[in-house]
Write a protein that binds this ligand. Sequence first.
Ligand SMILES: *[C@@H]1O[C@H](CO)[C@@H](O)[C@H](O)[C@H]1NC(C)=O
Ligand SMILES: *[C@@H]1O[C@H](CO)[C@@H](O)[C@H](O)[C@H]1NC(C)=O
Ligand SMILES: *[C@@H]1O[C@H](CO)[C@@H](O)[C@H](O)[C@H]1NC(C)=O
Ligand SMILES: *[C@@H]1O[C@H](CO)[C@@H](O)[C@H](O)[C@H]1NC(C)=O
Ligand SMILES: *[C@@H]1O[C@H](CO)[C@@H](O)[C@H](O)[C@H]1NC(C)=O
Ligand SMILES: *[C@@H]1O[C@H](CO)[C@@H](O)[C@H](O)[C@H]1NC(C)=O
Ligand SMILES: *[C@@H]1O[C@H](CO)[C@@H](O)[C@H](O)[C@H]1NC(C)=O
Length: 484
Amino acid sequence: MAMRKEASELAERSSSNPNKPHRHTLSFYSPKLSFYIFSACVTIFVILHIKALQTDQNPTSSLWSHKHQQQRVTTNTTATMAEKLRQAVTFLPLKDLRYAGPAALQGHTWFMSSMYDKQDEEGGAQYQQFPSPSSHGRLLCLKGRDNHDGSRNSYALAFPEALPHNTTLMKGLTFVSYNHYNYDNIWHGQSAVVPFVSWHIKNSCAVPDRWILYHWGEIRARMGVWLGSLMEATFSGAPRVEVFDDVEEGRPVCFEKAVVMRHNEGGMSREKRLEVFDLMRCKARLYCNVSLDEQNYKSTHSVTKRIGVTLFMRTGPRSFKNDTAVIGIFERECAKVDGCRLMVAYSNNLTFCDQVKVMSLTDILVSPHGAQLTNMFLMNRNSSVMEFFPKGWLKLAGVGQYVYHWIASWSGMRHKGAWRDPDGDTCQYGEDDRRCMSIYKHGKIGHNETYFAEWTRNVIDEVKTRKMEEAKMAIPSSNGCSCI
Ligand SMILES: *[C@@H]1O[C@H](CO)[C@@H](O)[C@H](O)[C@H]1NC(C)=O
Ligand SMILES: *[C@@H]1O[C@H](CO)[C@@H](O)[C@H](O)[C@H]1NC(C)=O
Ligand SMILES: *[C@@H]1O[C@H](CO)[C@@H](O)[C@H](O)[C@H]1NC(C)=O
Ligand SMILES: *[C@@H]1O[C@H](CO)[C@@H](O)[C@H](O)[C@H]1NC(C)=O
Ligand SMILES: *[C@@H]1O[C@H](CO)[C@@H](O)[C@H](O)[C@H]1NC(C)=O
Ligand SMILES: *[C@@H]1O[C@H](CO)[C@@H](O)[C@H](O)[C@H]1NC(C)=O
Ligand SMILES: *[C@@H]1O[C@H](CO)[C@@H](O)[C@H](O)[C@H]1NC(C)=O
């Protein structure tokens, strides 16, 4: 009470001097004045509060209902704010048709086009994570089950306290993949998962609880067998692909934690990719019970002498015209070298683990251009690749024909060049016409005994020299995967 009196006295004093400019007086007295005003407020508050507490014991009092009304108004404000935030959650099409045309090819991404990617370090994967500081703590939500039209699927960000009505919240870690191609072709498939594996390595080997697979914004229900096995091996558990079967049509699904990749492995440095391929190789061998222990092998074989040459054959398009003749050439060259062992495998009827096993014993992979070459990363580092093309590919196939040069470099292998068949079907439009690619694409591959034999001799020689040098340097064999 005393304080209140002083405060009013002060107010009188300052107003009792009309000659002085009001502003001056205020600024002169201001620290003291504000203290008094503050004290007055506190006092009034305390008094009111005591009164309210007293009247609480008397429910008939009109003050009681007044106070409760106030409290209800307050909680209703919070509810209204949450409701407003809830209403403000805006779903946008996953596939932004504005960017679906040529703009898509100029680096625009029409998948979740309003979002920006993050890259933790030079050469790391470009990704988005929700919630994160850049999403201001908001979660990723999807209404995304259409498997024909990506523009009918949509995404939104929402605060965890204000998720849209009737939301299904999915716990744990969700990997959301955008893939320009598909999840069946092993080369396109592995290209889509590489950044996820890189994220996994960087984030204490965190394992996804589910995957959501999009292709052109359309949901996909499964990975191909090879890719599924590779992911099962890498993450020590079969991938669970979510298609929202248990969610009612049109209802949103939000994710406790989501990581989105929409550039495949694009933009990742060789060093980062090497890490990923090293881990996938290591985990695949563990999963398939292929011995990781080089020492084991050294004790029973002379490692400097052993050279595994594998002919990885195709059937149908881009197969050799005469497998027998090609096998014969490699058999003869291999037979001339002590410790050389030739294996002939058909990519069409090998299980994933068969492929892992074969590759672990291969130092020189001999194979036509084709997705089966993606398996090369399963060989030991520094192994060699020899690639074969049918007629017509050099001029017409574009940069895509170099993908296995790139994979070799990214996975630490040595691409030993390609042989291009000079003979093949003639094309009615003339050799350089783009329309000819449809003919050449499915062409078969002949052979040139002289060339194949000499090339093989040179590559085997190089491998022999490298193995002897590596044995002398006693490179410690890696004794574990970077993630278990
Ligand atoms: C909030 O206030 C509005 C308007 O008075 C009322 O209709 C609504 O039921 C209140 N909501 C809650 C949660 O009390
Ligand atoms: C939530 O779902 C129920 C049951 O289907 C429905 O009646 C209700 O309208 C939905 N609420 C909103 C806000 O969509
Ligand atoms: C690897 O070995 C374990 C234990 O012996 C066995 O359970 C598993 O089925 C084997 N995996 C393969 C792919 O052979
Ligand atoms: C394939 O090559 C083998 C060995 O050179 C030859 O004996 C055979 O006749 C060839 N087959 C065809 C269909 O040309
Ligand atoms: C695998 O496929 C090749 C080519 O079709 C065939 O020659 C070979 O016999 C098959 N091997 C097995 C084990 O089925
Ligand atoms: C691969 O070759 C490079 C260059 O010769 C060498 O530095 C590296 O140690 C080799 N790596 C392995 C795993 O043998
Ligand atoms: C086969 O390769 C050799 C060695 O490169 C070359 O001299 C010869 O012309 C080639 N033969 C044919 C038919 O292309």
